[in-house]
Ligand binder design. Structure first.
Ligand code: AMP
Length: 431
């Protein structure tokens, strides 16, 4: 049996699945749903795009009743992912009476409190705001039966470990934990050993599978001062249908957005300094009809945007894992994706690093940059792509590139992200 019938789900859930258009379970759903329905803890290595949201929401909805108190919590790293999970929940829970409430920073806490007080079965939240509401007594976790940590590796990279442990420790010991993560670094195992009971592990996709088959990888070498020229020349020559352009700093993201708009391209920008409503607007516009989304890392994981033809790394990540997660975004729905990375001469080693660790070949692209008109750029210095700056965003501003030979990427465990030891705010100030 290839459809959902084998799981013996409720009538309401089956109708919701028909309505949402899920005819057959995806691989992660096929494997995870029976395990979760048996009440077992589970660690699932799978990326966004595999159907993992349904893999945890379907069994949780099946096991809950609308009359239950707050019984399930889904913790995610970013507001965008929280919104996405909540929208899937609303569709899947239709007809069941099960109610989910979304809680994340950067939006009115009072509105969220009102929604919580109206009654809730499932909370979907980012760590900081969730703890805030727990501390105010608005979220009562004493009856929690199901806890999902989604994009767990990203949460650790963002420094949420203490927050997550605090949330787990506040809950009853007897609960079912589900951990979903694109990668399973050793810190995830540590977390699972501390808090999970005989967890079953599933491996849905490896990082290799993420990129090898469907994406063609390419790069252009460009002086730091001329990266914008390379970017625009690439766009003019290859005319991407729908592309995300990644930059490492929010200043650069704004700058690229300005340049593209000035050139007449339809582009939106998303980074952590923008208000939530603006971020949602950018995503919606990009999903609907824009050609470009300029984004910092915050948008590189967990978002489900289909139909992307190109991923362009204006700043190429020095960490191959970050590269994999960024470009994995373009391989959605089996469509062939193209990744183009701009690499500065001092950091050419990164091409070999990526090729070796992900088992791919990156092809050089030689662009005719002679048509580029520098006058569209505005005042010089607005491109702030110095890596020393993005390592220490508040560290004294832009001083130009400090040549020190090829710097090595930070370790995976250290991550490219700022680490917060004891955060209370949700992550949105750096990227
Ligand atoms: P996710 O990995 O949960 O973000 O899901 C990725 C995409 O797959 C979303 O657009 C889902 O709507 C879609 N999807 C998830 N499960 C199924 C399914 N069983 N059948 C068809 N589409 C699905």
């Amino acid at each position: 049996m290839d459809n959902f019938e084998k799981f013996k789900l409720s009538k309401e859930l089956n109708s919701a699945l028909v309505e949402i258009g899920f005819k057959e379970p995806t691989e992660v759903q096929d494997k995870a749903i029976p395990i979760i329905l048996q009440g077992k803890d589970i660690i699932v290595k799978s990326k966004t795009g595999t159907g993992k949201t349904g893999a945890f929401l379907i069994p949780i909805i099946q096991m809950l009743k609308a009359s239950d108190p707050l019984s399930a919590m889904v913790i995610v790293p970013t507001r965008e992912l929280a919104i996405q999970v909540h929208s899937v929940l609303k569709k899947l829970a239709r007809g069941s009476g099960i109610r989910g409430v979304l809680v994340y920073g950067g939006a009115s806490i009072n509105v969220q409190i009102d929604r919580l007080r109206e009654g809730v079965n499932i909370v979907i939240g980012t760590p900081g705001r969730t703890i805030d509401l727990m501390e105010r007594g608005e979220i009562d976790v004493s009856k929690i039966k199901f806890l999902v940590l989604d994009e767990a590796d990203m949460m650790l990279d963002l420094g949420f470990i203490d927050d997550i442990e605090l949330i787990i420790k506040s809950m009853p010991r007897e609960k079912q934990m589900m951990l979903f993560s694109a990668t399973i670094p050793s810190r995830i195992y540590g977390l699972s050993q501390r808090y999970m009971k005989k967890a079953e592990s599933l491996n849905i996709s490896s990082d290799q599978e993420l990129t090898v088959d469907t994406i063609s990888h390419s790069y252009g070498i460009s002086d730091r001062a001329h990266k914008i020229r390379t970017l625009v020349s690439y766009i003019e020559e290859y005319k991407p249908r729908k592309a995300i352009i990644f930059s490492d700093t929010k200043q650069n993201a704004d700058y690229l957005h300005r340049v593209l708009s000035r050139l007449g391209y339809q582009a939106a920008v998303i980074h952590g300094d923008m208000r939530q409503a603006q971020r949602e607007r950018s995503l919606m516009d990009f999903r609907q009809n824009l050609q470009f989304l300029v984004a910092t890392n915050v948008a590189s994981r967990g978002l489900d945007i289909t139909g992307i033809s190109h991923i362009i790394n204006y700043d190429t990540p020095l960490d191959p894992f970050v590269y994999v997660h960024r470009v994995g975004r373009s391989a959605r729905m089996g469509a062939d994706g193209v990744a183009f990375s701009i690499v500065v001469p001092e950091e050419q080693y990164v091409i070999r690093d990526i090729e070796n660790s992900v088992s791919i070949r990156m092809k050089p692209v030689y662009l005719d940059e002679s048509k580029f008109d520098d006058s569209i750029l505005g005042p010089r210095g607005s491109d702030r792509s110095d890596r020393s700056e993005r390592r220490s965003p508040s560290g004294g501003g832009f001083r130009g590139y400090h040549s020190s030979g090829g710097r090595r990427p930070p370790s995976r465990s250290g991550g490219n992200y700022p680490q917060r030891s004891r955060g209370r705010r949700d992550y949105h100030s750096q990227h």
